[in-house]
Design a protein around this ligand. Structure first.
Ligand SMILES: [Fe+2]
Ligand SMILES: [Fe+2]
Length: 257
């Protein structure tokens, strides 16, 4: 059994300090085996915002994996930096974390994929080298492992849709995304080969709310079953909003009761 906290879109610089404190307390209390952050750690990729994000990550008491979101790249009003070194501050202020985007143990493998594009702002993309990374990381994995890919952009924000089919065809069971600040969980089936579970997290602690409250996903994996608890902020604490249950048969994930 493994417990994974999936957070996204922290947006330090526009974070609500009350929610941040409650979030730290909730995660420390839940004691996940791994925390995965699917991008937008900062609002404008400023040094002090990355410093706040790092201090937050260090308080969680669990291994943390991160990938950048579009807000973590140098902004367009610094065009030269945006062009030449878009991820420089992300890498400088998150040493170790920015480079080590994979985790594995005897039950799970998690692979971070940087879907940001420095010439675009909103849309993301998966590239062929991402699939090479997935193939390499999964080379030694077993059927009973939960194989996780996490990236900032969900398929709905890619110009022609990401080819998440390719991730499923490479054996990915679970895809974790953010960016749109709305919690959403579904099974994604491919026409040719199996299916996976897609989890999109809301913004964990920022005031940039769209159609959803602050929240995150708590994922429990016990092969061949998976549960996704959506935890939401009710104004005074994080609580369980709903639970999604899934089971794997062969290469296929389906909703379970
Ligand atoms: Fe965001
Ligand atoms: Fe974003």
């Amino acid at each position: 059994m493994r417990l994974i906290a999936h957070l996204s879109d922290l947006h330090f610089g526009k974070a609500d300090p009350v929610v941040v404190e409650a979030l730290v307390a909730d995660i420390v209390h839940l004691k996940p085996d791994l925390v995965i952050i699917s991008g937008d750690l900062t609002q404008r990729a400023k040094s002090h915002q990355f410093a706040e994000a790092r201090a937050f990550l260090e308080r969680l008491g669990a291994p943390v994996l991160v990938v950048p979101g579009n807000h973590d790249l140098a902004p367009f009003y610094r065009p030269l930096t945006r062009l030449l070194a878009p991820r420089a501050k992300f890498e400088k202020h998150l040493p170790g974390l920015a480079q080590a985007t994979c985790y594995s143990d005897d039950e799970i493998v998690a692979i971070g994929l940087d879907s940001t594009r420095h010439l675009r702002w909103q849309s993301g993309k998966l590239r062929s080298h991402h699939l090479d990374e997935v193939r390499g990381e999964l080379a030694d994995s077993a059927d009973h492992h939960c194989k996780i890919a996490f990236l900032h952009h969900p398929p709905s924000t890619a110009p022609s849709g990401h080819s998440f089919d390719a991730l499923v065809e490479h054996g990915i069971d679970l895809i974790l995304t953010g960016h749109v600040h709305k919690a959403h969980v579904e099974v994604v089936a491919t026409p040719r080969h199996g299916s996976c579970v897609l989890v999109q997290a809301s913004t964990a602690c920022s005031t940039r709310l769209r159609q959803d409250a602050n929240g995150f996903a708590l994922i429990r994996f016990d092969y061949p079953r998976l549960w996704v608890d959506i935890r939401g902020w009710n104004g005074s604490a994080f609580h369980n909003v709903r639970v999604h249950a899934f089971a794997k048969q062969g290469e296929t994930w389906t909703a379970a009761v």
